[in-house]
Design a protein around this ligand. Sequence first.
Ligand code: GDP
Length: 424
Amino acid sequence: MVRAVVGANWGDEGKGKITDMLGETSDIIVRFQGGSNAGHTIVNDYGKFALHILPSGVFYNHTTSIIGNGVAFSIPALFQEVNEIVKKGVPKPKILVSDRAQIVMPYHILFDQYEEERLGGKSFGSTKSGIAPFYSDKYSKIGFQVSELFDEELLVEKVERVCELKNVILEHLYHKPPIDKIELLDTLHEYGEMVKPYVCDTAAYLQEAIKQGKNILLEGQLGTLKDPDFGIYPMVTSSSTLASYGAIGAGIPPYEIKEIITVVKAYSSAVGAGEFVSEIFGDEADELRKRGGDGGEFGATTGRPRRMGWFDAVASRYGCKMQGATQAVITVLDVLGYLDEIPVCVGYEIDGQVTKDFPTTTKLKKAKPVYKVLPGWKTDIRGIKKYEDLPQNCRAYIEFIEKELEVPVKMVSNGPKRSDIILR
Ligand code: GDP
C-alpha cells in the first residue's frame, strides 16, 4: 500500500517526525519533490537529526530510502548527510537514486545567491540552495539527469552548450566570474563516481514493490501553501508539495496512493516572505517562538527565526483539501499548554466580507483574520498516551479544529519524540 505524509500549511508541520514514526511499518520511503532546501527535525533513540535530502524513514534497518525522479538532487548533500547519521551510530542506510532525478549543479547555488542579491529587498527569501534555478533549468530542458553522468560524449557537449548560456548571464546580468567548463566537468565526473552504486530505475522498482504488496511511504516537503499552483504564489517553492505530485515524483500510478496523511500544526509558523493572515508579532510571537517546536521555532536548514501565528482554519482546511487528505495529524499541541486563551482564525475579512474560502494571493493580501477564542488547558500534556486522558479544553480544541478541517484527526502529537503520539 502507498501512503503519503504531506503538510497542510507552510511547512515545518512536523512531517519528519510522523514519517520517522510511520517508517516502522514501511518497507520503502520516497522523497518525491524539493531538495535540500528545507529540513526535517527528528528525535529518536539515536539522537536529534536535521535531515534535508534523506527521507526521514532512514533510521530503520528494514527500510529502503529512495531519492525519486522529482527531487532536486544535490549529490554532495546526500553523501554528507549519510556520513553524519552513520557517525552518530545509525546503520548505513540502503539508498536508491532515480536514474531520472536531476542534479543540483554548483552554478544553481550561485545563481540563487546572485539573484537574491540582485533583488535586494524584493527577494523571495530563498534558502539559496539552488532550488529555483534548478527547476527553471529542468523545465527549460537544460537540466542534467543522473543517467547523463554516465554518457561522456553527451556530458561534454552539454556542459559546453549550457555554460555558453549561463556565462552570458553571469557576465552581463550579475557581473560575476564565468563557469570554468573543465572544472565543472571534473565535478560531474566526481558526482558520477559517488552516485553510481545507488542508481537505478526507481519507478520500475516501486511499481514492482507495489505488485509485491510492499508498504511505501511518500514523504513530502513543505506544505500546500508553498505549492507553486495552489500556494501563496509567488512566495512559494519551485516544485509541487502536493500528494498528487507524489505519483509523478516517484513514478507510480496516482490511484495507488491510498492514504494521504496530512500534517497540520496546532498553531502557525512560516519561514520566508509571503502572505500570512493570522501572523502575530512582538512579545506574543516571541513567547510562542521560544516555546515552539523542539527548542524554539528556528529553521532547520537556515536557523532563521520562523514567523509565528495562531491556527488558521481557513488556510488549513484548504491545505487539507488540496492535498486530498484522508486523515489529519495535529502536531506540537503540547506547545500551547501555557496559554489562558487560544485564538483560532476561522474566517478572512476581505473588503468587508467574511469568507471561509482560501483566496488567490491578490485577495489574500487584503485579508484580515476573524478569530474565535477558545479556552486554554494550562497544563503540560507531554507524556499523555490516551486521548481520553487529555484535559477537556485540549480535546475541545482538537475537536474544534477537526470540525473546521472537515477531515478526521486520527493522530495528535504531543512532543518531539517518536513515542509522543496519541492515536484516536
Ligand atoms: P517538517 O519540515 O514538517 O518535518 O517539520 P520540522 O522538523 O521543520 O519542524 C518540526 C519541529 O517540531 C521539529 O523541531 C520537531 O522536533 C518538533 N516537533 C514535531 N512534533 C512535535 C510535537 O508534537 N511537539 C513538540 N513540542 N515539537 C514537535
